[in-house]
Design a protein around this ligand. Structure first.
Ligand SMILES: NC(=O)c1ccc[n+]([C@@H]2O[C@H](COP(=O)([O-])OP(=O)(O)OC[C@H]3O[C@@H](n4cnc5c(N)ncnc54)[C@H](OP(=O)(O)O)[C@@H]3O)[C@@H](O)[C@H]2O)c1
Length: 318
């Protein structure tokens, strides 16, 4: 299995996103998804304190609680790597030392565990000095509450600044980046962040690997997306160039006797610095297509065709 940056953690090459838990997946379905994921070799769960605050009736922390209930009932904490995040919750924003410490303690309680394997700064907080933020994460590591530090949604400059501050303070360095990266969102990562990841041995776990489900090929028109839970997230994709990427995915998928979702994630998995794409499911029967991506190899020609279709999508956006 690939190793996550300098952490030494072996990660199955498809990480499970869990923002669907108690949003589009009930607690019972979420537990079935978790059971199936680990049964088939998966070991990395991506959650956050904010998941899924946007669902009616929720206040955030639901995903962590669902995972915590599952861990307690299965007694398998050592079987999984748990990554969660702080600073994205609207009621607990920012990366002051107090917010980081309190956030970690709340997450640990909901997850019913004594340590977080990976703790992400979810979104940057330019108003708090990085020295304060980096030192607060380091104190959690020193206390044994957090094993590894990681960053999501940071610019390349700020990632490098964090690495440098951690070095100067002798604090735990980040081991991973979690950027928005998939066939329909490439430039920000490939041009700016990837060189920083390469330079600093940061393992990359791209999020929204399926572009919110668009890359499964299940949306054939804007009308298909209207009224769905993720419809509002699909706006930019429902264009001629977006559907052309799906058509290329379908063509490659039929050559490989695979699903388009599997091909999209296999393409992402094989990009330089990527350790494991993160993707989510709302039902356990969607999981096979994701897990199959961990072992699917595209030919160089298939890879190139997908990249070319993706380039055309990016060009049409500008
Ligand atoms: N760090 C960050 O700021 C950040 C931001 C976003 C996400 N994330 C992480 O990344 C994870 C994944 O991203 P994402 O949830 O945005 O979306 P995604 O993985 O791009 O898309 C997942 C959605 O596609 C649909 N789908 C998946 N497999 C399918 C299949 N086989 N057939 C048909 N439909 C299928 C499901 O939605 P429906 O069934 O509802 O259509 C599923 O929830 C999140 O759970 C979270 O852990 C992190």
């Amino acid at each position: 299995m690939p190793v996550l940056g300098s952490s030494g953690l072996d990660v199955f090459p498809l990480a499970l996103g869990t923002n669907t838990f108690r949003w589009t997946a009930s607690t019972a379905e979420s537990h079935r998804i978790l059971d199936a994921f680990v049964e088939r070799g998966g070991n990395f769960l991506d959650t956050a304190d904010v998941y899924s605050v946007w669902a009616p009736g929720n206040s955030g922390g639901e995903s962590e609680s669902v995972i915590g209930e599952w861990l307690a009932s299965r007694g398998n904490r050592e079987r999984v790597i748990i990554a969660t995040k702080v600073s994205g919750h609207p009621a607990f924003p920012g990366l002051t030392a107090d917010n980081i410490t309190a956030g970690a303690e709340r997450s640990l309680k909901r997850l019913r565990t004594d340590h977080l394997d990976v703790y992400y700064a979810h979104v940057d907080d330019p108003a708090t000095p990085l020295e304060e933020t980096v030192a607060a994460f380091d104190r959690l590591v020193q206390r044994g509450l957090v094993r590894h530090v990681a960053l999501s949604n940071y610019t390349a400059d700020r990632v490098q600044e964090w690495v440098d501050v951690a070095h100067d303070l002798g604090a735990a360095p980040p081991v991973s980046l979690q950027p928005h990266y998939n066939l329909l969102a490439r430039t920000g990562f490939e041009r700016d962040l990837r060189p920083v990841a390469e330079r600093n041995d940061l393992g990359v776990l791209p999020y929204s690997g399926l572009a919110s489900g668009f890359l499964t090929g299940k949306y054939r028109s804007a009308a298909d997306a209207a009224g769905t839970a993720r419809g509002a997230l699909l706006g930019d994709y429902l264009t001629g160039a977006g559907f052309a990427v799906v058509r290329e995915l379908e063509a490659v998928a039929s050559e490989l006797e695979a699903e388009p979702a599997t091909v999209a994630l296999a393409w992402l998995r094989s990009r330089p610095t990527v350790v494991a794409p993160i993707a989510s499911v709302s039902a356990v029967d969607q999981l096979d297509a994701l897990l199959a991506s961990a072992s699917l190899e595209l030919t160089p020609a298939q890879d190139e065709r997908l990249t070319t279709a993706s380039d055309s999508f990016a060009a049409a956006l500008t």
